[in-house]
Design a protein. Structure first.
Ligand SMILES: [Zn+2]
Length: 519
């Protein structure tokens, strides 16, 4: 409920009317604001009962040593006013997440003194909320690359592990952020470790979880995972901007907020790494690059899925390296007309397709661009520039497309159109392979490749000659500009015994029965 609404302009109460419609409130000022820097202050009281299961974005969980509260979407927010749509007034529907403006958030949480509270940003008063022993461990963690246990499993039920008070107020400050969230429980084990950032700045990885989740096969390694993940992304793309990176083990399966994430308390091993890495990956999309999740869920989930692949391959010498995927199988799956396309508003697509259209397909798309079209060097440069140029701003899909083309120095409109705006299929086929004898022409083979569907892609040929020599020949996508058939000349004096289109299954060719020619 909301009450006590007031509006101040130049420090004085002003006349206004307001209405609430759905999840939105409109405030109509009696006199419009002045251009160029007029400030209006809106005040209100608000309260709500925390749901047990808040759409998998907040909630509370019963553990044997107490309730874990994971609290988010807990205060009213201004709609974003951008230079594309003006006010972005879509109500909260669920599948499409959020679109938030940046600002500084100071907040404090008053909880029973038995609780430990962790939130977005910097904990401003550790000396008031920890015991002396915990404070010294907390400070030790800030200079340690080994995980420091600030409150151990055996201390959770020890009253001496909390200050002897009735209530305590935890104060947090988060700057230039699109949101703030927090978690609270008396059941928390607390681990912390320093995060080293490329500029020399430091952050602090903090893991809070119940004893049930504390094994080394679970969140007993959470602080190590946070450190690995945040250091990787900071080095590779853009420096982590917040003083802390907190993981809360929760009944929320996996949900991201700036500086704090909620991850399902039962996750083990690769799943525990995977969910922590994914939720912290969201720091870059959409927390830093503030895209509109309401309309374009793929601009955070898809980009995040892509960077998660590189992060998982890098962590701890490949401990959780993902398996390579067969893009031919994926191409076959995507040709189902019920799969829609990536650009569709999340709340308008079939719920079962959200996983593919918002996460996997844009992720695979960036993999294809990086590995098969541009190469890692050009792709990474362009993607990094996109993040830098759109940090703390609100890019549209077209801003992303343009930014990538500018950074890579390549026209990629064919790819955006076929892969993002449509669900075009790809099917390349070998029409013929003919030997060319030397005299007027260069000796070798003419390999005629047909593009049978709408999606253009580079041609990748695996060629084997009689001596057993294998070679990969790549032909850029441009050959399809005005052709449905293209002849690839392969110069050789040896006999060719087989030609295979895309032998490593890296492109989404839906039909590989026409991909192979054998002598
Ligand atoms: Zn996500």
């Amino acid at each position: 409920t909301i009450d006590g609404l007031s509006v101040l302009q130049k420090g004085k109460s002003v006349k206004f009317t307001s209405l609430i419609e759905d999840t939105r409130m409109q405030i109509r000022l009696d006199k419009p604001m002045e251009a160029e820097g007029d400030v209006v202050t809106i005040k209100m009281n608000f309260s709500f009962i925390v749901p047990i299961n808040g759409s998998d974005r907040m909630g509370h969980l019963t553990t044997k040593n107490g309730e874990i509260f994971s609290i988010a979407q807990w205060f009213p927010r201004m709609c974003v006013y951008d230079d594309v749509l003006g006010w972005n007034t879509l109500p909260y529907w669920g599948a499409g997440e959020f679109y938030c403006e940046f600002g500084d958030i100071d907040f404090s949480v008053t909880a029973p003194a038995s609780h430990i509270v962790m939130g977005s940003g910097e904990l401003l008063n550790p000396q008031e909320v920890f015991t002396a022993e915990q404070l010294s461990r907390w400070n030790a963690a800030k200079t340690s690359d080994e995980v420091v246990t600030v409150r151990s499993e055996s201390e959770v039920n020890d009253p001496k592990s909390r200050p002897a008070k009735d209530k305590l107020t935890w104060k947090f400050r988060m700057k230039n952020t699109r949101d703030a969230a927090w978690g609270s429980s008396k059941s928390f084990v607390l681990d912390a470790v320093r995060i080293n950032l490329p500029s020399g700045k430091k952050s602090l990885a903090v893991a809070v979880h119940p004893v049930e989740s504390n094994g080394k096969d679970g969140y007993g390694r959470a602080a190590e995972y946070i450190k690995g993940s945040v250091e990787h992304y900071s080095e590779k793309w853009f420096e982590y901007p917040y003083p802390m990176a907190v993981n809360v083990a929760s009944n929320v399966g996996g949900m991201e907020y700036p500086g704090i994430v909620f991850c399902g308390w039962k996750a083990k091993g690769a799943d525990a790494w995977g969910v922590i890495d994914h939720e912290f990956g969201h720091t870059w999309f959409p927390m830093i690059v503030g895209s509109n999740e309401r309309k374009f869920g793929w601009m955070d989930e898809g980009f995040n899925t892509f960077i998660n692949g590189l992060s998982s391959a890098a962590f701890n010498n490949g401990e959780y390296k993902p398996e390579r995927q067969d893009m031919h199988q994926i191409g076959k799956y995507l040709q189902n007309p019920e799969v829609e396309h990536i650009m569709l508003t999340p709340d308008a697509m079939r719920e079962r397709n959200i996983g593919v259209n918002l996460y996997s397909k844009p992720g695979w798309g960036l993999d294809i661009l990086r590995n098969e079209v541009l190469g890692a060097d050009r792709f990474d440069y362009a993607f990094k520039k996109y993040i830098e140029q759109w940090a703390y701003k609100h890019p549209t899909p077209q801003d992303f497309f343009r930014s990538m083309e500018n950074g890579a120095g390549e026209d990629l409109s064919w790819f955006w159109r076929g892969w993002f705006m449509d669900n075009w299929k790809m099917d390349q086929a070998i029409n013929s392979v003919t030997e060319v004898k030397g005299s007027n022409a260069e000796a070798g083979y003419n390999i005629v490749v047909a593009n049978l569907e709408q999606m253009p892609m580079p041609i990748i040929l695996g060629i084997t000659t009689k001596s057993g020599k294998k070679e990969i020949v790549k032909v850029p996508v441009d050959v399809w500009m005005r052709n449905k058939v293209w002849t690839v000349h392969y110069p050789t004096t040896e006999e060719v015994v087989s030609v295979v289109i895309d032998p490593n299954h890296v492109l989404p060719d839906i039909n590989d029965t026409n991909n192979t020619w054998n002598k």
